[in-house]
Write a protein that binds this ligand. Sequence first.
Ligand code: HEM
Ligand code: HEM
Length: 200
Amino acid sequence: MSKIGKKPINSFNNTAILLHWLVAFLLMVQFLIGLDMVDIPKGPDSPRPFWFNTHKSIGIVLGCLILFRLYWRIRSGVPQSPAGTVSWERIAANISHMLLYFCMFIMPVSGLVGSLFSKYDLLFLGIRIPKFFEHDALIKELMTNTHQWTAYIFLAIISIHILAAVKHLVIDCDGIFERMMPNFTNLSNSSGEKTNGGKS
Ligand code: HEM
Ligand code: HEM
């Protein structure tokens, strides 16, 4: 029987769901700005610095949200796979989630470290962040390359992740997709209670 639209009991808690969708939305905005801003020509009236500073501010907010998300995952655990999930799928899901978290960590860190070692000011929401490092072209270059290549790898993994989620929704109909959907009828689940007996 199809489980579309039904919320499984063994589900992510509401805080984890809110963080998943907030981070996913901000990451998409961040990708759009990042990929676009690097092609804006430099010049006295260029909007380039505005978009770079916006990208850096959103990136720093994202970095904090991602750290909190990792803390929340360790604190509240993850739901077990539904009975009947084949082991290769369980392993593939675990690996892809680990890779997503890895990219979510590398992106803000490489962006921030690169900006700290660049010759430009680092502004967060218009406030200048003090830089305790001298401009270092080599570190900046290394971080720029890391940031750029991780961005492309990250986009590829996100695409696979979305395809897998849609497969669970329309082909498998196994309730996996619904586990990451807001549960408006049971907000008491947002307290961070353990969903797998404490394992993560
Ligand atoms: C949190 C997730 C982040 C994502 C998904 C992201 C994504 C991107 C993307 C897609 C680009 C364009 C790469 C290219 O085609 O060259 C870019 C460039 C850039 N990003 Fe980010 N970014 C993030 C965080 C940050 C942070 C926290 C900072 C700095 C505080 C930052 C600073 C920059 C800078 C300065 C560039 C221009 C290229 C360079 O000099 O490295 N980013 N970012
Ligand atoms: C930037 C985009 C996204 C990122 C970085 C991302 C990341 C993640 C991560 C790391 C998990 C594992 C949660 C955990 O174990 O803590 C997850 C779960 C999930 N995501 Fe995403 N996600 C993104 C977008 C999406 C989109 C667009 C969809 C829907 C089409 C989606 C559907 C799901 C579902 C259904 C789960 C639960 C899987 C399960 O129960 O095992 N995600 N996501």
